[in-house]
Design a protein around this ligand. Sequence first.
Ligand SMILES: [Zn+2]
Length: 438
Amino acid sequence: MTGDPSNESINQTPGKVDVLGAVDGSGSIGSPGCDSRSASSAVGGSAGDVAALAAEVTALLHDLASSPRPAGSAAEERARARCAAWLTSRGYSVADQPFSYSALPGRWGTPVLGVVSLLLLGAAVTTGVAGRPSAGLLLLAVAGLVLSLVGRWVVRQGILSLPLMRCRSVNLVATRGDRPPTVWLMAHLDSKSQPVPIAVRAAGVIGTLAVWGVTALLLVAGVAGLRPLTEFWWSLLAAGVVCALPIIASTVGGESNGALDNASGVAAVLGAAALLPIREAASVGIVITSAEELGLAGARAWSAGTAPAIALNCDGVDDQGEIVVMYSGNRPQQILRTVTGAAKPGEPVRTRGLVPGILTDHVALTAAGWSAVTVSRGTIGTLRRIHTRSDTMAQLRGDGLMAVASLLARSATRLATGVGSPALSADQDAAQSAEGVQ
Ligand SMILES: [Zn+2]
């Protein structure tokens, strides 16, 4: 696999290359049971050692993506054990953190929302056709308020506390120091399949929002005395039906191997865990969540019991495409500046808000008061594979993993040390110039 020379920049300051040996005494940076090489040689050392780590990360990706991993399944448990062994062999203290949640919102929330939205649209269109736009606007206002309150409760509390469809699963948490980490690297291990790809669902959500916007505008125009043609109202309803279909069809199955979503993100995070310099690794924790695909349940349970900090979530690392850092709500300036600043020249990192209709674990953390983003790599074509049976290793080589792992490690190092820290900048400058890293 491609060895990313930037891997070297975070560990090569002279006198600071003892990456893992100081922690567990083994000096191991390899895969479980592979203890023969020195710590300094693997991460901060030769291109051959970087290539060896890249090969191990790719092998990890293949193992994780060998079968579907629905939340709470035996396959997910086996994959989690593989992750735990990887982290333990690199000096991390690893703990299983079991949690329980309601799978009802994650399994049925999206289809139910699609049906409710369509029924409301039908009612609003009917008021428009009947020439009673005020009643339509009142309906929209009340329904919007009720839906947002119910949705807010379900998302913030219901997923963990609803008494229906209770399930159990486990988050894997790994740390290297005694004090609580200030920065976390996160990725979800579970996978799911849906009858429609995530890109089609997102298009349905965006289309539905647009139809609702036009409907509200027409109702306002009606109140102002304008009468749109009846045919226009029915066309609007037809558009609403088309957009709602992929939302209503978003039921949950277990037929995707989840190679891209999200064995690749887990492999990138575990690659970053192996690359972290020992001093900063004490301030950086690793969390491999479960049930992300069921309402971000694992991230919600974990953040409920963890003091808010900084998190870099990784979800989807494709072979092609640019690296994108996504956020929700207010721009997390500190993280965005740090990650874009940690990118290599010629490997630009783009930042943007999360696309409507797509959820990732950082959304749960942001809602809990964290400063969090999701790092992905891909193209529009990437979205077509997610949550489908074709998300397998037949469609993925893992070429992008080391670049993203390296970026995550560099970013976490800078965030843990303090953005703009003169000492860190000097170290990295020295390391880069010593190695000729551009
Ligand atoms: Zn995902």
